[in-house]
Design a protein around this ligand. Structure first.
Ligand SMILES: Nc1nc2c(ncn2[C@@H]2O[C@H](COP(=O)(O)OP(=O)(O)OP(=O)(O)O)[C@@H](O)[C@H]2O)c(=O)[nH]1
Ligand SMILES: [Mg+2]
Length: 194
């Protein structure tokens, strides 16, 4: 179920008309600010390199990419918010796209936060939206390889205070950290009886 033995790219959506027609699978939405590591996390989870597009240029993912794994689970890689270098009109379009997707109520949200950063106003808006809509959420603190132990502990405390009751996992793609606990959590939330 969460073996990640088969990974298929399903479709790209720039608006709600582009969402997959078959919505009978449990869906996992990957959200967070631009450059936080959403696409890299999915490649790591899928054990695919370069399959999900990652970028050193923030704000590159301007659409939602949908993936189906093991014929059972749908992943949505959402565009990142908070990228300053885009026009107001474009920002509004992305925001509408993210909102229209989240309103379809995915089964689980993976809410990514960069370990080096203080959560922003937009992260707070996301958190409040998650609470208001009561959707199962797992936070992922990304890029933990980028901080020394002492700094990491400090940042973990700050971010966990921000998250409150929401559970979180520390993640690093190059150190191969966080993948197994994340898969275990996904199983527990989405397939509790299996
Ligand atoms: N050191 C390190 N770098 C990472 C990690 N995860 C992601 N990155 C790097 O961070 C950059 C951004 O990663 P992406 O996965 O493209 O970020 P994104 O959240 O998908 O960005 P948008 O699609 O623009 O919203 C890339 O250069 C990744 O290689 C990590 O765990 N450790
Ligand atoms: Mg991306």
């Amino acid at each position: 179920m969460t073996k990640m033995e088969k990974v298929e790219f399903l479709t790209t959506a720039v608006n709600s008309q582009g969402f997959p027609k078959n919505r009978s699978y449990p869906e996992i939405a990957v959200v967070g600010r631009s450059n936080v590591g959403k696409s890299a996390l999915l490649n790591h989870l899928f054990k695919t390199k370069g399959f999900v597009k990652t970028s050193s240029t923030p704000g590159k993912t301007r659409a939602i990419q949908f993936f189906l794994t093991d014929d059972t689970l749908l992943f949505a890689d959402l565009p990142g918010y908070g990228y300053a270098q885009v026009s107001k009109g474009e920002k509004k379009k992305w925001q509408e796209l993210i909102e229209s997707y989240l309103e379809t109520h995915p089964s689980l949200i993976l809410f990514l936060l960069d370990c080096r950063r203080t959560p922003t106003q937009e992260d707070l808006m996301m958190l409040e939206w998650i609470r208001a809509n009561n959707i199962s959420t797992l936070a992922i603190i990304t890029k933990v390889d980028k901080l020394k132990q002492s700094e990491r502990v400090k940042q973990e405390r700050l971010i966990s205070q921000f998250l409150g009751e929401i559970p979180y996992i520390l993640y690093s793609v190059p150190k191969n950290r966080g993948r197994s606990p994340l898969l275990a959590q996904i199983r527990e939330v989405l397939f509790p009886c299996s």
